[in-house]
Design a protein around this ligand. Structure first.
Ligand code: PHE
Ligand code: ZN
Length: 897
């Protein structure tokens, strides 16, 4: 066990930094073995009294400190492990610090590090302190001038934020570049990249008529794979201009692809650094899903330029201020791209595909988090290691909380609120309260006498609220009364509070619709449909523990369509017959709720078979799916979602106690059953969705949807044991003209294929793509998640020469895939022991990645008893390790408490 339990940082302890720091000048003498950094900072004390100047630093060697040009002796400052304390006397003064760091020994990928032959920085959240001594906190905003010097041959390109002021040769085989960022920024947005890159560039004119230079840098040889990234960037710029009137505020905007990166990408001002997996794409190596993911991440980082950079976070408790809002913005961007050129119901259904994927992700990643030991509000109250709080809650639930505000305000009202936010806070470091206050000003203008006081509780409560629905119909009076009640019992650290946390009701927008027994839209007398919703959508604003609404002119008992478009991140409890779900799945006018009804039907079937050991027949599900499979009005992309069972991970979370093995078995058995019983439909769809091999590949939503549906049909045919399925799968794999088709076949084979066919395909794939790291990541992933890959097989994969623990994408493709996406094999004593070994091995290299892996079995305390003990033992073994990082220590201590 760590002897020094990491200190807990509390939101309420926030103190403003006692100095202003208007200007910083940095000089980096870049070298992989030893980089020397000279930092000049002009400080100005805010208040009257003298206060020490506390600077952060980590893994640095200090060479010298001077104040106003006078070198300080070792008695004039205190140097701690991660802190340097100075005692300046003047009100205004300049500090000059010289220090060194060692990029090539830095396996954490935070601060300055080596990737390939290049140098990169990563500063969010607290990486700048690994580059130099500095007040490394987001509320200290300074203007940066950066001088980079390096070997010309090895590092011909020297990049930093803002504008390039000058470049010169230093004569000794070295050169220099000077950059200046005109916008004051916090240190976490600082970036430097040095290396030898290929560059794709375009010049475009922004809405106000400024010409800007856009550049995408990649390794040489990959420049023909950056076309899509550039296209996404231009579309993101145009979209932000059109939808929010937000324009690019720089003369130059750069994206650089890095092979080794802890996360997806980083929004450094004017110099975004990306995991190469979210930049590089061509038809031969990227799937349709990759194309869409690149679009989302490029949009996300670009949108941060306003929501994150121009207006930033006062402290890290406010992380969702930028992340929730920016995820919401990238979701809307992606949805608009999918719906491009479509109108009415077709557009709504295209947007619903994005909503379905986002809600599925929320249920797989965020709901379990909210029901486990790490549960936290979107604005956490405390943390030990901030890197552990880049969570699905901050990001995805944070985006849901923003989306609810748009639902409550309407699109125009939301836009008004956002405009007000920028009017008030451009150039500042602010809080979630500031955001909601700006939104509230627009809300009050539209809803006199009401406010967002109750809504604010979404920022302070953890846990997924449950909304229970009751409906009474009075045929005589022709009224329908809908009662909603909400509950959100203490979750995560709320459970440990003494006295227990009191959790007032939330303001929950519940979008509903009424259907007649034949599936027609029913609009009650005088009811106002919600402008953002599908036909007949009514918005109920639940603000109390329990409320009722009575509607008139409802002659027949209606069928309720609930939580349309997933209008709030809650769980709905409503007992009703399966026949109603089947009706909704076929007729609901809201495409999200329609999909949801089918999912609910399938969930009920799986959970009934797992928990009550009911061998409920799948007849109704089969009939419903058969009808949907023939509905030609549905787009292939939408139909592919409709005909997919809820994910195993989502279902496991719904069992009490959690029964991973039983869920996997029932899920597989049901897939086989559907494969067999609907065989004619799969055969027909498999043929109908075939690509014309003469048409060049395009990742457009229709083509991608057809490929997804065809791969799904193939999966069911294999599962259902169609005699020709294995042969078709191999042909599908071999004839593939793009990676999407190829992976569609390979995934189907990995999940259901006969052993010889599977292994032949793996071998062929490796031989073909061995020199392409991003494709080899796919090769590892598909095997690690295969139900035929047990602990022994995954260990064998790790012995493959292409495996490396140091590259996060590779570690994710093998270890994370196995631990998180192979529940049938990972949930075992051997699986947990493997996991503990890997957490410890990774922790010695990269604590951020290790801490993410450490969360794989967060909810072990709810497992079935036979799994609980081995899981606890594995956790105990991690906790007892003598040298745990702060990152992993926080996770495992919380998991065991
Ligand atoms: N801020 C980055 C993003 O949203 C994520 C990130 C966090 C990247 C920390 C690196 C380190 O998109
Ligand atoms: Zn972000």
């Amino acid at each position: 066990m760590r002897t020094d339990t990491p200190p807990t940082i509390s939101r309420h302890d926030y103190q403003p930094f006692p100095y202003a720091l208007p200007e910083v000048a940095l000089q980096l003498e870049l070298d992989a073995a030893r980089t020397r950094v000279t930092t000049r900072m002009s400080f100005e004390r805010a208040a009257g009294e003298l206060v020490p100047l506390v600077l952060n630093g980590q893994d640095l060697s200090l060479e010298s400190v001077a104040i106003d040009g006078v070198p300080l002796g070792p008695d004039a400052y205190e140097l701690h492990d991660e802190m340097l304390v100075l005692h300046p006397q003047a009100r205004r003064f300049t500090v000059e610090i010289v220090s060194t760091c060692c990029p090539e020994a830095n396996s954490t990928l935070m601060g300055l590090y080596v990737s390939g032959r290049h140098l990169f920085t990563q500063c969010e959240a607290e990486g700048f302190r690994r580059i130099t001594w500095f007040p490394d906190r987001p509320d200290v905003m300074a203007r940066y001038r950066v001088t980079l010097q390096a070997d010309t041959a090895h590092y011909p390109l020297l990049l930093s934020n803002g504008n390039l002021l000058s470049q010169r040769d230093l004569g000794d085989g070295r050169h220099e570049a000077v950059w200046e960022d005109p916008h004051p920024k916090p240190s976490y947005l600082f970036a430097v990249v040095a290396g030898d890159f290929a560059c794709r560039e375009e010049r475009i004119t922004t809405r106000s008529g400024r010409e800007v230079l856009l550049q995408v840098y990649s390794d040489h040889g990959a420049e023909n794979r950056t076309e899509w990234a550039m296209d996404c960037l231009i579309r993101a710029i145009r979209w932000d201009e059109a939808r929010y009137d937000l324009e690019l505020d720089l003369d130059r905007f750069m994206i650089v692809a890095a092979r080794d990166f802890n996360m997806g990408a980083m929004e450094n001002k004017g110099l975004n650094v990306f995991n190469s997996a979210y930049v590089l794409a061509d038809p031969a190596t990227a799937t349709d899903a990759t194309y869409r993911a690149i679009e989302a991440v490029i949009g996300h980082e670009y949108f941060h330029n306003w929501t994150g950079n121009r207006v930033t976070c006062r402290d890290w408790f406010q992380l969702s201020l930028k992340e929730g809002l920016t995820v919401f913005r990238d979701q809307e961007f992606s949805a608009d791209m999918l719906a491009h050129g479509l109108q009415g119901a077709a557009a709504a259904s295209a947007r619903a595909v994005k909503r379905i994927d986002d809600v599925s992700a929320l249920r797989i990643a965020q709901f379990p988090e909210d029901a486990g030991p790490m549960a936290h509000p979107i604005r956490p109250e405390s943390y030990q290691e901030i890197a552990n709080f880049y969570t699905a809650t901050i990001y995805e639930k944070g985006a849901e909380v923003i989306r609810m505000q748009q639902t409550l305000l309407g699109r125009e009202g939301f836009r008004e609120g956002l405009d007000e936010y920028f009017r008030r806070h451009d150039g500042q470091a602010v809080t979630c309260d500031d955001f909601i206050a700006a939104m509230e000003s627009a809300y009050i203008r539209r809803n006199p006498g009401r406010d967002l006081q109750v809504f604010r509780h979404w920022y302070s409560q953890a846990g997924t609220p449950r909304v229970t629905v009751r409906m009474q119909h009075d045929p005589q009076a022709q009224t329908c009364t809908i009662s909603l009640s909400q509950s959100n019992p203490p979750a995560g650290i709320e459970l440990l509070q003494n006295p227990p946390a009191t959790k007032p009701p939330l303001h929950i927008p519940v979008a509903i619709g009424l259907l007649s027994p034949t599936g027609a839209v029913v609009l009650p007398q005088g009811a106002q449909p919600h402008p953002l919703g599908a036909p007949g959508t009514l918005l109920l604003e639940l603000t109390e523990a329990e409320q009722s609404w009575t509607f008139h002119g409802v002659a027949e008992r209606p069928v309720l369509s609930l939580l349309r478009d997933f209008s709030a991140p809650v769980i709905i409890d409503y007992a009703r017959p399966d026949t109603e779900l089947a009706l909704l799945a076929r007729h609901d006018s809201d495409p999200f709720a329609r999909w949801e009804a089918g999912q609910e039907l399938a969930r009920g079937l799986v959970l009934g078979r797992v928990q009550a050991q009911l061998n409920t027949a799948a007849d109704l599900l089969c009939d419903t799916w058969a009808a949907l499979a023939q509905d030609t009005a549905l787009s292939p992309a939408y139909l592919a979602r409709v005909l997919t069972l809820p994910a195993q991970r989502e279902l496991i979370e719904l069992t009490t106690p959690m029964e991973p093995q039983a869920v996997v078995q029932v899920h597989r058995a049901l897939t086989q059953e559907l494969g067999g019983r609907l065989q004619d439909h799969w055969v027909r769809l498999y043929g109908a969705m075939a690509d014309d091999p003469a048409t060049p590949y395009s990742p457009d939503p229709d083509s991608a949807g057809r490929r997804a549906l065809r791969a799904l049909a193939l999966t069911y045919l294999l599962a259902g044991g169609h005699p020709q399925a294995a042969q078709w799968a191999m042909q599908h794999y071999e004839a593939a003209t793009n990676m999407s088709e190829r992976m569609g076949a390979l995934n189907a084979l990995a999940t259901w294929g006969p052993e010889e066919v599977r292994t032949a395909a793996y071998q062929h794939f490796y031989d073909m793509w061995q020199d392409d790291p991003l494709v080899i990541d796919r090769w590892f992933s598909v095997q690690a998640a295969s139900p035929f890959t047990g602990v022994g097989e995954v260990q064998a994969l790790m012995l493959h020469p292409a495996f490396s623990l140091r590259n996060p994408n590779r570690a994710r493709s093998v270890i994370f895939q196995f631990c998180m996406n192979n529940p049938g094999n990972a949930h075992s004593a051997a699986g947990y022991a493997f996991w503990a070994d890997q957490v410890l091995a990774l922790d010695a290299l990269n604590p951020e990645i290790a801490a993410r892996l450490a969360r794989a079995f967060d909810n072990w305390a709810r497992y079935t008893p036979a799994l609980r003990e081995p899981a606890r033992e594995a956790l105990q073994r991690i906790v007892q390790h003598p040298t745990l990082s702060r990152n992993v220590a926080e996770i495992v201590n919380k998991s065991l408490s």
